[in-house]
Design a protein around this ligand. Sequence first.
Ligand SMILES: O=C(O)C(=O)C[C@H](O)[C@H](O)COP(=O)(O)O
Length: 205
Amino acid sequence: MTILDLAPVVPVVVIDDVETAVPLARALVAGGLPVIEVTLRTACALDAIERIAAEVPDAVIGAGTVRTPADVAASVKAGAGFLVSPGTTPSLVDAMVDSGVPFLPGAATASEVLALAERGLTELKFFPAGPAGGVAYLKALAGPIPEVRFCPTGGIRLETAPDYLALPNVGCVGGTWLTPAAALATGDYAHIQNLATEAAALGRS
Ligand SMILES: O=C(O)C(=O)C[C@H](O)[C@H](O)COP(=O)(O)O
């Protein structure tokens, strides 16, 4: 079982207020989406990961927007169970390999995919999925590079997720649509749970 196969959708979340982290994670897990990516884009992101790791045992909590070896170290220290990067550099991949936790390095072109496959890495994030070519691009990659599987992220919504999930080289998709800023601001976790339930059902279609 790998990160790509645990849930059809990985919520990508931006947490501005650390107090929202635990109720938010609980709502996503209750809706059927246990794999959660907290982006390292806010000051409290590492604290949020730490709290979710400590208080929501059913969540598989990971760090997103991992850009540097220092991000890798800080994420693992905070308790991240997996790492996701928007793109890759040689030093970032080295640090991810050495981290001891599962990771999805980002790639957007055939050359980037081949560079990672050459290192034995065959589970990647495809980012930014929509702008980079979407479903058609992934379909084209499956011809020459069928052994590499992806979590496409970037511009995907509930309506477009099924087209990605139908591809043989897609394990799951990521997206921010599960955690609208307005719902977080007002503490509307019931709405977030409903969005998660809706997305989790895609895995049964
Ligand atoms: O922060 C990162 O590491 C990223 O790679 C960016 C996210 O995957 C996108 O921000 C997804 O956002 P939506 O397009 O709204 O679903």
